[in-house]
Write a protein that binds this ligand. Structure first.
Ligand code: DGT
Ligand code: MG
Ligand code: MG
Ligand code: MG
Ligand code: MG
Length: 268
């Protein structure tokens, strides 16, 4: 086909191909969710409907897009890890990132009712995205550990903060003052000695966030079959199928990775 004289404008596009052999991480974060949570009356510090909707949307991203091997989410954020060898969209960062962000956002709206019932969605939510490349398994694991540590630090703080307010009758300013300079042990101590709460018994979803991975599950379905010269009958057929499964466990230590050796590719 003959090229038009305008074709040259293509050359203004920048090359954003992601470096080979690296894991490609796309992290999304809710835009101004401080306000979004207020307006939609999210419970404090954790709203299980909102967390469920985030996870449902992330599942849709993994099911609809190629090559995502693990996703980790907490609060208003989700990280998606593309396998090292992925050649999806020629590894173009903008393509990968915008597909993740738009699939996630449309799913968030699409599945809203499943989690919030009749409570209306008041305005269209948005999510920002960024791409980060990690060259080694250690770097990738440290990235995911960083996000899970962030989940822990924030959840411990928020749990004590809102307990002081909701059960201790402090104002938000007083609660903030009370927590200034405290370390993790001090926060645990306030919960335990003043409110009889053992932080380790708080819901694991809130303490550890949500990890999504592909797993093979056996699935039994009944099929009606008809063999020649026989009557039609129902037969149980077992199939192995890959599905996205959610875990709320520690991903900082080795145990999770030893249990799921297929997630990471060899470093060598
Ligand atoms: P950004 O990301 O710079 O556009 O601004 P924000 O407001 O989204 O800030 P960010 O992402 O650092 O913090 C997440 C906000 O979302 C934080 O203000 C608390 C809120 N949020 C997230 N999950 C929940 C929840 O389950 N319950 C409530 N009440 N708030 C939540
Ligand atoms: Mg932010
Ligand atoms: Mg945000
Ligand atoms: Mg956030
Ligand atoms: Mg097109």
């Amino acid at each position: 086909m003959a090229k038009s004289k305008f074709e040259y404008v293509r050359n203004f596009e920048t090359d954003d191909t992601c470096l080979r052999n690296c894991y490609i991480v796309v992290r999304l974060d809710g835009r101004n969710f401080h306000k979004f949570a207020e307006q939609h009356k999210f419970s404090k510090p954790n709203d299980n409907r909102a967390l469920g909707l985030m996870t449902r949307s992330a599942r849709s991203v993994m099911e609809e897009l190629e090559d995502i091997v693990i996703a980790y989410g907490q609060s208003d954020e989700f990280s998606f890890v593309f396998k090292r060898t992925s050649t999806w969209f020629k590894r173009r960062a903008s393509k990968l990132m915008t597909h993740v962000a738009s699939q996630f956002s449309s799913s968030f709206v699409f599945y809203w009712k499943e989690f919030f019932g009749e409570q209306p969605l008041l305005y269209p939510p948005g999510f920002d995205g960024r791409v980060v490349l990690y060259p080694s398994n250690r770097n990738l694991r440290d990235y995911l550990s960083w996000r899970q540590a962030d989940c822990h630090i924030n959840n411990l703080y928020n749990t004590v903060f809102w307990t002081l307010v909701q059960k201790g009758g402090l104002t938000t300013v007083q609660a903030e003052d009370r927590l200034k300079g405290t370390l993790a042990a001090g926060k645990n101590e306030i919960l335990f000695s003043e409110f009889d709460i053992n932080y380790n018994n708080e819901p694991v979803l809130h303490r550890k966030g949500t990890t999504l991975i592909w797993e093979k599950r056996e699935e039994t379905v009944t099929k009606s079959m008809k063999l020649p010269n026989e009557e039609e009958k129902d037969v149980a057929v077992t199939r192995r199928r890959k599905t996205v499964e959610a875990h709320h466990c520690d991903i900082i230590g080795d145990q999770f990775w030893e249990k799921h050796p297929d997630i990471l590719e060899d470093d060598t």
